[in-house]
Design a protein around this ligand. Structure first.
Ligand SMILES: CC(C)(COP(=O)(O)OP(=O)(O)OC[C@H]1O[C@@H](n2cnc3c(N)ncnc32)[C@H](O)[C@@H]1OP(=O)(O)O)[C@@H](O)C(=O)NCCC(=O)NCCS
Length: 328
């Protein structure tokens, strides 16, 4: 029996750090409000000339080095992003060119917002298992600072920029790597978190720009409630499917949107907070980059050891959600 393993992980966050103090000079907010309501202390912000693809390349280069592979080894590249460099072509094709991934590779973007990395993981997992491809590079990369309304205190304090990447390969050894993966979506909640204009339903015009419709709009309370519900459900289902109890999971890497969402998940699953990897105090919500960025940090800081079982769990606009179990 074969398995698909994560052979390498890498991440990148831009140099510029924007603190809560600085934000409190831009909008009517305070460090205290942001910390207590969200758990965020600071976030990284990409340079003006730094695109989503530039961050993706930095993270991918680190993941390839970690896997001891070259870009020329990759035959499947999937980029999860809701902030692509541009509507056409895909950011994956731009990254393919920048990295030097061969022309025969399949390269495409997927749109699943903050669950995007887990969606990419599941797609790559299936493709590798069926021998369609040999080595996959999956990336979550976001320049959310380009779609945040910097005059809206309810959203601008929450988001940051970053990228994270993983290299996936198939190995002839059972029971390691991706043990399980489960995804879901509930389009009923599509209007709770959106960028209203710039697509085919509301093309860009002087009016849409004037109405600030190219920025993120969110119903925070509704998103919060849905996030807790779906992350708990998909985590439980994943453990049940694999006959696992919470104490068998060494580390949970949840999507980092709000510390209170993670605390609610911890309480509902009856898993102590010290089993949850948290770095949102330093990065905020970096959407699809969050899970691979946290995974990279957790591995480098020794929080993941050989044999450990890690649960990745995310939710995002759509409403999308997903979970994956990884045995190291
Ligand atoms: C956004 C979020 C932090 C807001 O926290 P909350 O406790 O729900 O706060 P509310 O939206 O109820 O707002 C409470 C008050 O704080 C105010 N407020 C909102 N943002 C503020 C800020 N940055 N600073 C100060 N006050 C703020 C509101 O205007 C409101 O004031 P009012 O009572 O006078 O109307 C929280 O709802 C959340 O995290 N939701 C999930 C968002 C998410 O995960 N998004 C990403 C999905 S991938």
């Amino acid at each position: 029996m074969a398995s698909v393993i994560i052979a390498g992980v890498g991440s990148y966050a831009p140099e510029r750090i924007l603190t809560n103090e600085e934000l409190s000079k831009m909008v009517d907010t305070t460090d205290e409000w942001i910390r207590t309501r969200s758990g965020i202390g600071e976030r990284h912000i990409a340079a003006g000339n730094e695109a989503c693809s530039d961050m993706a390349v930095r993270a991918a280069t680190a993941a390839l080095a970690d896997a001891k592979m070259n870009a020329s080894d990759i035959d499947l590249l999937i980029i999860a992003t809701c902030t692509p460099d541009m509507p056409l072509p895909s950011t994956a094709c731009i990254v393919q060119h920048k990295l030097g991934i061969p022309a025969h590779a399949t390269c495409f973007d997927i749109s699943a917002a903050c669950s995007g990395f887990l969606y990419a993981l599941e797609i790559a997992y299936g493709q590798l298992l069926t021998n369609r491809y040999k080595r996959a590079l999956i990336i979550g990369a976001e320049k959310l600072s380009s779609v945040v309304d910097w005059s809206d205190r309810a959203t601008c304090v929450l988001f940051g920029d970053a990228a994270g990447a993983a290299v996936l390969i198939k190995v002839d050894q059972p029971g390691i790597g991706i043990i399980g993966s489960d995804l879901g979506a509930d389009g009923e909640f599509a209007d709770k978190l959106m960028i209203p204009a710039g697509g085919s339903s509301c093309p860009a015009s002087a009016q849409t720009v004037e109405g600030r419709q190219h920025f993120i709009r969110m119903n925070g309370r509704e998103v919060f409630k849905s996030a807790v519900r779906v992350m708990e459900t998909v985590s439980r289902e994943m453990m049940e499917q694999h006959q696992l109890t919470p104490d068998q999971i060494s580390l949970v890497i949840p999507h980092q949107a709000n510390i209170r969402i993670i605390e609610a998940l911890s309480a509902n699953l009856k898993m102590p907070m010290d089993k949850f990897y948290v770095n949102l105090d330093r990065y905020g919500n970096t959407s699809s980059a969050t899970i691979p960025l946290a995974l990279d940090e957790a591995r480098r800081s020794g929080r993941i050891k050989p044999g450990d079982l890690t649960l990745l769990v995310a939710f995002g606009a759509g409403l999308t959600y997903g979970a994956a179990l990884i045995r190291w």
